[in-house]
Write a new protein. Structure first.
Length: 402
């Protein structure tokens, strides 16, 4: 398949150099950055209305400990209730009257006191934080060190479990849905791109020269491989950028709604594998059905069937998204036109047995081999019929005789 590899590299270089490809790649990067940074930007715009409270009667270390006890955080990780240490009650009261702070918390006495014009919104949060801090101080006075006290108040992580015991976080489910949409759009867009590449090269009469040196199957595989590699490269850049933003946000203490630790590596491995398999299947369908066409308009009409199958595959994947181990999801993941998205969802969110994943991939590979063989035969026949518009019956007749 050396010829197919050379054709694929030529197609890849040709697509990467196009202005449209570069524009969509940069546009995708900007969109991803905007989506991940939107919570931080929104919170920054709302910082003016953030509640700030002066704290008197305690040292700065106590105020910092009290601040850490407040659980509420904005999307960027900053506290929604900001505490400000003041030297005395009079200084704090002056700040409150001048409107520089929204309230004044007085500590140091037997009973903590709080002054504000509308205290209802903050009292419960402050009460919980003061109670936590008081309990921590009592435990320290009983002889526990800071690490032991922190362990006492360390809240356990709660995860949702499937029936077979695999843990699934809400962040992981959200990311899988986003990757599923990306898989759906990529197969739809790049499948149609493979179809147009076949028709454009056929219309330029380059195909007639190529067929003199390579087989129709090699030419078809090379074109599909080049378009698929271009798509994989683009999505690798986008996913890499998203992971980099998440990693930098975690180091800076921010939050974008998705924690990398909650997302298993198999999610990204499965995405790459099933993108390649799904694109090859649907790209071959697009190429085979559009091969008899001599114009882009005819190829677009011929791509209606693969488009319907892609939509059906996405709908089947939503069934697995709700319950990855349901009977319907298991059956749908073994049907080759539906399995790329359905099995990807099951692998990412569930724990299907290894034999089920292997069987699904084997069936998918068998379907790909069959479609590629038929598409190559249709492609070879369509070259012989260049300049005519054969119907399905004429193509079937030539296929039987070839």
């Amino acid at each position: 398949m050396r010829n197919a590899r050379l054709i694929a590299m030529r197609e890849l270089r040709s697509r990467v150099r196009r202005t449209g490809y570069r524009v969509t790649t940069v546009g995708g990067l900007l969109l991803i950055a905007a989506l991940f940074l939107l919570p931080t930007i929104t919170d920054a715009l709302q910082n003016a209305s953030r509640t700030e409270i002066a704290v008197s009667g305690a040292d700065a270390a106590t105020v910092r400990a009290l601040q850490r006890s407040l659980p509420e955080r904005a999307p960027n990780g900053r506290p929604t209730l900001q505490l400000r240490h003041v030297a005395g009650a009079s200084a704090g009261e002056r700040l409150r009257r001048d409107g520089e702070v929204d309230g004044l918390l007085l500590l140091g006495g037997a009973t903590p006191r709080y002054r504000a014009e509308a205290p209802d919104d903050e009292v419960d949060r402050l009460l919980g934080a003061v109670a936590t801090l008081t309990a921590q101080q009592r435990l320290q006075r009983r002889g526990l060190d800071a690490r032991e006290v922190a362990a006492v108040f360390d809240a356990p992580r709660i995860a949702v479990r499937d029936t077979d015991g695999k843990s699934v976080s809400s962040q992981s489910r959200t990311l899988v849905y986003a990757l599923l949409l990306m898989l759906y759009m990529s197969v739809l867009v790049y499948g149609a791109a493979a179809s147009s590449a076949i028709v454009q090269e056929k219309a330029s009469r380059v195909t007639e020269v190529m067929i003199a040196r390579v087989t129709p199957l090699e030419h078809m595989a090379g074109k599909l491989g080049g378009v698929g590699l271009a798509g994989l490269a683009q999505f690798a850049v986008w996913i890499g950028a998203a992971l980099a933003i998440l990693a930098v946000g975690s180091l800076l203490g921010g939050s974008s709604g998705v924690e990398l630790a909650d997302v298993p590596a198999t999610t990204f491995i499965a995405f790459g594998a099933f993108f390649a398999l799904g694109f090859t299947l649907y790209g071959a369908l697009y190429a085979g059905l559009s091969a008899p066409a001599s114009r882009i308009e005819d190829a677009t009409a011929a791509g209606a069937l693969p488009g319907i199958l892609i939509v059906a595959s996405f709908l089947a994947a939503t069934v697995a998204l709700g319950d990855p181990e349901s009977g319907a999801a298991r059956i749908l993941s073994f049907i080759p036109p539906l399995s790329p998205m359905t099995m990807f969802t099951r692998v990412s969110l569930g724990s299907p047995p290894l034999w089920e994943v292997a069987l699904s991939i084997v069936l998918l590979l068998a379907m790909i081999a069959l479609v590629l063989w038929l598409a190559a035969k249709i492609y070879r026949v369509s070259i012989l019929l260049y300049g005519t518009r054969p119907g399905p019956r004429g193509i079937l007749t030539l296929l039987r005789s070839s």
